[in-house]
Design a protein around this ligand. Structure first.
Ligand code: DGL
Length: 271
């Protein structure tokens, strides 16, 4: 596999761009392919089978574009599909894991909160995290229906987004949580507002940097790291409408970008 080949990254929507930002910082020479499955977002209220089928179809698309590694920049897809993806594809597949480990190491109150989709909180991966660390500290999982939709709509600070966040974060503060883990890749785009609501004594953390570092480590291990002397490029696809994707990607990526329509895939398995 040539090291000049690109890295594929996908999410249920634009949330994974928060991970892509860290990947770009950590790996300046890599070409990056990003697929937002915005036409099917949110994944949080879909069946496990549906999410697995979409993850397979998108990964197949990325491999058809010569991806040398795939980053599942979606906690919900990680929980639903990571085992199947790793069994099916031979390229390295990097997954999300909510940043519970550093939160457990740094909490002073002994109470940490995890904001995620209900599907992530119910996943085997999260149940295992809970079992590993739940004896050391209190871990409060908070499902946040509606937040992914707000980010998909580009509303990062409006009235409805703020009210939803207050509704989810206030009870965590009342329980004395001093670290809030963002266990969904859409939520880092809401981090400034979450921090404002939580106040300065609460740390708001996510795992994008850890994932970018793990990706770099895996590429080095497999001798797949691209030459860093020339800057890599990004290509973006969406399964949603271009009319909304174009301004949204540019807003979140902070430069004007072009977005392509994701070709319709043949169903990998009937749903
Ligand atoms: N960004 C996805 C995640 O990390 C959001 C899931 C959804 O679409 O519900 O879980």
């Amino acid at each position: 596999m040539p090291m000049t080949h690109p890295i594929g990254v996908f999410d249920s929507g634009v949330g994974g761009l928060s991970v892509l930002q860290e990947i770009r910082r950590a790996l300046p020479g890599e070409d990056l392919l990003y697929v937002a499955d915005s036409g099917h977002a949110p994944y949080g209220d879909k069946s496990r089978q549906f999410i697995e089928d979409r993850s397979l179809a998108i990964s197949e698309f990325l491999v058809s574009k010569n991806a040398k590694a795939i980053v599942v920049a979606c906690n919900t897809a990680t929980g639903a599909a990571i085992t199947t993806l790793r069994a099916k594809f031979s390229v390295p597949i990097i997954a999300m894991e909510p940043a519970v480990k550093p939160a457990v190491a740094n909490t002073r109150s002994g109470i940490i909160a995890v904001l995620a989709t209900s599907r992530t909180l119910a996943s085997d991966n999260f149940v295992q995290l809970f079992a590993r660390y739940g004896a050391e500290v209190e871990i409060v999982g908070q499902a946040c229906p509606g937040l992914v939709e707000q980010v998909e709509a580009g509303d990062l600070s409006g009235y409805k987004t703020k009210s939803l966040l207050e509704h989810y974060v206030q009870p965590l503060l009342e329980r004395n949580a001093d670290i809030i883990v963002l266990g969904c890749t859409h939520y880092p785009f809401l981090a400034p507002l979450i921090q404002e609501i939580a106040g300065p004594t609460v740390a708001v953390i996510d795992s994008a940097l850890a994932v970018a570092r793990e990706l770099r480590r895996r590429l080095e291990e497999e001798c797949l790291l691209a030459d860093e002397h020339s800057a890599g490029a990004e290509c973006f696809w969406t399964s949603g409408t271009l009319k909304s994707a174009q301004p949204l990607f540019s807003q979140l990526w902070k430069v004007e970008v072009g977005v392509c329509v994701l070709p319709k895939s043949r169903p990998v398995r009937s749903v």
